[in-house]
Design a protein around this ligand. Structure first.
Ligand code: UT7
Length: 337
């Protein structure tokens, strides 16, 4: 567990200078799902808030989506791909187990001066990635970092399992993180945590070194995403609320000081419950779950980019990201825009 107050350790202030996102063209609606599994638009809408999700083309991998989101973030930041010295690619659906997806993105966007890593922190990956970028910038180890979360969750979903297949979608969200001399703008603080004792709640059991892919694992569906929905739900609400509260306390602020909350978009009911526990009206949450469903590490980037481009987020606004996912992992981060 790590909580950092801005004034304790900061050497150089880090700031998001550009955002970008990408969603595949193909839309899969709740109605479409009714024809695929035993479900209804009504069940999905009332239980999750989701109406549709995007599905990548067969020939479109996570890095293709990440590269497109990255190009848009690079253009928004007004830099060139050669300016980037580190690429962090959060994803649980890498193009290949290795090389890491950051390397594929590097090649696609021409960021030839960067070194590249992937991180598999599931839905918390975007916040973890930006927090790592912030720390590289704070120490002077990097000047411009691309964080490109990209997910083709449709490639690990069991399309015959109604309990999971209706919940997920594909997409990518990216940011450029750079150093700033501005006295208040940028990343103020972060709070990250994990609990590996609960790794079985959300897991893709086969395909790694513990259980390599065999005909048997394929037959038993062990290569698909598995989730204990109800238990995960409870942990999501408590961990997200707790993390955000601890972060704000460490910064000497309260929930009232925050202009916008951008939560991981796993379930509208989770977002509502988190808002209630925080005593924050749902109007302060940026939500687009109805359009994209749960894109794991990409949800916050997709929501952030949309809000920035729509002009909802304004200079000087305080923004809090908060997420929860497989691992278990969770995290929150506070920024001034
Ligand atoms: O991003 C990573 C983090 N992920 C999450 O945070 C997800 C957390 N979990 C959830 O969001 C919710 O638990 C779910 C949306 C996954 C499920 O909602 P729930 O209210 O917990 O439903 P449930 O699993 O308790 O299932 C209720 C009923 C069951 O039927 P019975 O046993 O009551 O007869 C399920 O079989 O709903 C049934 N059901 C469905 N019915 C129609 C489950 N999936 C579906 C479906 N359509 N797609």
């Amino acid at each position: 567990m790590e909580t950092v107050h801005p004034n304790h350790t900061i050497m150089r202030r880090a700031c998001i200078t550009g955002t970008g996102a990408y969603a595949p063209e193909r839309v899969l609606t709740n109605k479409d799902l009714e024809a695929m599994v035993d479900t209804t638009d009504e069940w999905i809408t009332t239980r999750t808030g989701m109406k549709e999700r995007r599905i990548a083309r067969d020939d479109e991998a996570s890095s293709d989506m990440g590269a497109e989101a990255a190009r848009r973030a690079i253009a928004a930041a007004g830099i060139t791909p050669e300016d980037i010295d580190l690429i962090i690619a959060p994803t649980i659906t890498p193009d290949t187990p290795w090389p890491n997806t950051g390397c594929y993105i590097q090649q696609k966007i021409g960021a030839k001066n960067a070194w590249c890593v992937g991180i598999e922190a599931a839905c918390s990956g975007f916040i973890y990635g930006i927090w790592m970028a912030r720390n590289m910038i704070a120490t002077g180890a990097a000047d411009a970092v691309l964080v490109a979360a990209c997910e083709k969750i449709s490639s690990i979903v069991d399309w015959t399992d109604r309990a999971t297949c209706v919940l997920f979608g594909d997409g990518a969200g990216a940011v450029i993180v750079q150093a700033t001399d501005h006295p208040t703008r940028g990343i103020i603080g972060g709070h990250m945590g994990s609990d590996g004792s609960l790794s079985n709640l959300l897991i893709q059991p086969a395909g790694g070194s513990r259980m390599p892919t065999t005909e048997e694992t394929l037959r038993n569906g062990m290569n698909y995403l598995k989730m204990a929905g109800r238990e995960t739900y409870k942990h999501a609400v408590t961990r997200m609320t707790d993390s955000a509260r601890k972060l704000l306390q460490s910064c000497g602020l309260t929930f009232d000081d925050v202009d916008w909350f951008i939560p991981h978009q796993a379930n509208m009911r989770i977002i509502t419950a988190v808002g209630q526990r925080m005593g924050v009206p749902v109007e302060k949450f940026i939500i687009n779950i109805e359009k994209y469903a749960n894109t794991s590490s990409a949800t916050i980037g997709l929501a952030l980019d949309e809000a920035v481009r729509e002009g909802r987020i304004k200079s000087g606004d305080k923004i809090l990201f908060v997420a929860f996912g497989g691992g278990l992992t969770w995290g929150s981060m506070l920024l001034e825009w």
